[in-house]
Ligand binder design. Structure first.
Ligand SMILES: CC(C)C[C@H](N)C(=O)O
Length: 413
């Protein structure tokens, strides 16, 4: 058990809130607030890193390092550097990309796009890797394995930084440089926000009127534009990089598009009904990597359906509309639209400081601060904020997978 008075696993969550037995594994300690999720998360990660797979064990950890470096997640870079050495990886690769085999360096472009602007992925990216000359080409099975690892670790970086998870003591913790906070002047109105959310859910349940298709589309486009204008924490600050991370980063300035700059366009719309996870993404993965495909599907479902029917101090609440709004808002950030969803609900259910936090965790997790974490859902429990972070992790992961699996489908047909 975690002892009070000691440093807990997270900079944002008091140690008294951490109830599970996972001392020494800070991710598990935080995720363990929701054992059903932790269980399926662990199984998936174990499959990706330890079980049968196309990539060698050192390669898997190296891909994990590359992915986590995109978000400057020192926790994962440091953890997987140790794992890499434990499974017999060549220490020279850890000096930086230059020392790593060309084959892995070729993943750089995909890593960067997938992490920040997944809508740019197209079949040419896949083609180039699969057909490179000179003995450095990727097999499809290897590439799928690498893509699954990259997306898993991008999303996990969001979770770790979103929850302020510390590096475990034995891993030479380096404090993260603080990022500047933007002022969020919404004051004490926050204290009634649980009641406000409940009232909005009730209103939505009572509204019966049908909205036309055109209006639904307009509402999505409006939300997409608006979400592009939601600032993320420390928007104008230059990225501060850790020395230990820089040498795993190529083109560190490449990030999620900052729409506040003139001339930048919001991502093009991806119609989730034309390429759904269930009918397309999952079934393609079923053919290419059935074990992970199944586990991912389970994990999406556990995350999407997890509920305790509570909302802050209120119980007996149907929170499905709130959870769906969270999921769809994250995917809207990446341009993904569900035809049957009314994006007006996002605005009714998610207030601004929550959106700022969600967008920062998803797009620029390295900029999350305690102030940002504390500034939304003040009445809610820490375990609910962790729950929110599962939704962010999974919605983000699924968005990236939809884009890369669609590119693979296009490549194959
Ligand atoms: C993310 C939270 C608002 C979820 C809520 N506590 C529930 O049990 O559904």
């Amino acid at each position: 058990m975690w002892r009070r008075g000691t440093r807990g696993p997270s900079a944002y969550i008091p140690v008294s809130q951490i109830t599970g037995p996972y001392v020494g594994d800070n991710i598990a300690a935080v995720m363990g607030l929701h054992p059903d999720y932790l269980h399926v998360f662990w199984k998936t990660q174990h499959q990706l890193l330890r079980m049968d797979g196309a990539l060698s064990l050192p390669e898997r950890h190296y891909v994990a390092i590359m992915a986590s470096a995109r978000h400057q997640c020192t926790y994962l870079v440091s953890l997987h550097s140790s794992c890499f050495l434990q499974v017999g990886g060549d220490p020279r690769w850890l000096e930086g990309f230059d020392a790593a085999p060309l084959k892995l360096r070729k993943l750089n472009d995909l890593n960067k796009i997938l992490a920040h602007r997944p809508w740019l992925i197209n079949k040419e990216h896949i083609e180039i890797l699969l057909s490179s000359q000179g003995g450095h080409s990727w097999s499809l099975a290897e590439l799928i394995h690498a893509l699954l690892l990259l997306t898993h670790f991008h999303a996990l970086s969001s979770f770790i930084l979103g929850c302020g998870i510390y590096l475990s003591e034995d891993n030479n913790a380096v404090p993260r440089p603080p990022s500047p906070d933007i002022p969020l002047n919404e004051g004490c109105s926050k204290l009634q926000e649980a009641e406000r959310v409940l009232a909005e859910i009730k209103k939505l349940d009572e509204e019966g009127e049908e909205t036309s298709q055109e209006e639904m589309e307009t509402r999505f486009e409006r939300e997409k534009r608006e979400c592009a204008m939601v600032p993320t924490n420390g928007d104008n600050s230059k990225a501060v990089c850790f020395p230990g991370i820089l040498h795993f980063l190529e083109d560190p300035g490449f990030g999620y598009i900052d729409f506040t700059r003139r001339g930048e366009q919001a991502p093009p719309t991806f119609r989730a009904h034309d390429y759904t996870w269930e009918d397309h993404g999952y079934s393609l993965l079923q053919r290419l990597n059935p074990e992970v495909g199944q586990l991912l599907d389970d994990k999406f479902q556990v995350a999407f359906n997890l509920t305790y029917h509570t909302c802050a101090t209120h119980s007996g609440v149907d929170t499905s509309k709130l959870r769906r709004a969270i999921w769809n808002y994250i995917q809207c950030i990446y341009g993904i639209r569900y035809d049957d969803y009314d994006y007006g609900e996002v605005n009714q259910l998610l207030e601004r400081s929550l959106k700022v936090y969600m967008k920062t965790v998803t797009c620029h997790p390295e900029r999350v601060t305690r102030l940002l974490y504390n500034d939304f859902w003040r009445q809610f429990k820490h375990s609910e904020k962790v729950h929110l972070n599962f939704l962010l992790l999974e919605a983000r992961l699924q968005a990236a997978l939809l884009y890369c699996l669609r590119a693979i489908t296009r490549f194959m047909t």
